[in-house]
Design a protein around this ligand. Structure first.
Ligand code: ADP
Ligand code: MG
Length: 259
């Protein structure tokens, strides 16, 4: 028996003026799975996940997370509810150090003199961040250096450590291996596997099909805003997926023709 989905998207539509970026999409993600979201540039992948992560507000349809219908007012709102997102242009504060990023928006304070004086508990935040990174087998040169001095892969690791530390219910990664060297791409894929082992479901947007076939359990393909197919990785292959991505195959169209 299948467990209920962590996230259920139903009839979701998002317009930008006259442009329908996401067109009536249904999508479910289950506990402990890695779901790849594929499609050509402009297919609507980023817009869809930005509706889930509180960047955009959808025009119609619904999003149900952990059994409750949600509509987040901001990315912080979504994050506080347990949805961590790594965007193409990472949501980290580049001038802050690693620990500050792990605790961004949720800083730990310490109080003196019966609460009259407050300051940030840097030591606590650094220890917890170090612990989270260690549990992921990630080594960074220093937790005190600003994020901007880290490599792309190290920044991904910090974002993932944040998700692990805060016990995220869902991790969304939009093109996480873009602009990374090969060893760092490998590390990010390992981290995705670690998240799955810990039961954190992952939505992975990627145009790198070998990555997708290496790490995902299931995939969904979008074309011009619509979801055109959804398949288990074991039931498809790259050639077929490309056919869906370019619009040559479309399960919804076949249903229409059959009906
Ligand atoms: N903020 C925006 N304002 C207007 N149009 C947008 C915006 N974001 C995306 N779009 C448009 O929506 C469509 C889907 O874009 P996007 O979701 O970024 O696709 P993908 O991530 O699959 O490449 C594209 O036509 C894009 O130009
Ligand atoms: Mg995109």
């Amino acid at each position: 028996m299948e467990k209920p989905p962590i996230l259920s998207i139903r009839n979701l539509t998002k317009n930008f003026g006259g442009l329908v970026a996401v067109d009536n999409v249904d999508l479910d993600i289950y506990p402990g799975e890695v779901l790849a979201l594929l499609g050509d540039n402009g297919a609507g992948k980023s817009t869809l996940i930005k509706c889930v992560s509180g960047v955009h507000s959808h025009n119609s349809g619904s999003i149900t997370f952990q059994g409750e219908e949600v509509r987040f007012s901001s990315p912080i709102d979504a994050r506080n509810r347990g949805i961590e997102t790594i965007y193409q242009d990472l949501a980290l504060a580049n001038n802050l150090d690693v620990a500050s990023n792990v605790f961004l928006g949720r800083e730990k304070e310490k109080k003196y003199l019966g609460g009259l004086v407050r300051s940030l508990d840097d030591e606590f935040m650094r220890d917890c961040s170090a612990e989270a990174l260690k549990s992921l087998h990630v080594e960074l040169p220093s937790l005190r250096s600003p994020i901007e001095t880290l490599s792309g892969g190290q920044r991904q690791a910090v974002a993932i450590a944040r998700a692990v530390y805060w016990d995220a219910g869902l991790m969304i990664m939009d093109e996480p291996t873009n602009n990374l060297g090969v060893p760092e791409q490998k590390k990010v894929l390992e981290l995705i596997n670690t998240l799955r082992e810990r039961g954190v479901p992952v939505i992975l947007i990627s145009h790198n099909l070998p990555d997708v076939f290496a790490v995902a359990d299931r995939l969904a393909v979008m074309h011009r805003g619509r979801k055109v197919t959804e398949k288990k990785i074991s039931e498809t292959n790259s050639e077929e997926v490309v056919q869906y991505m370019v619009g040559a195959l479309d399960d919804t169209r076949e249903t229409e023709m059959a009906g």
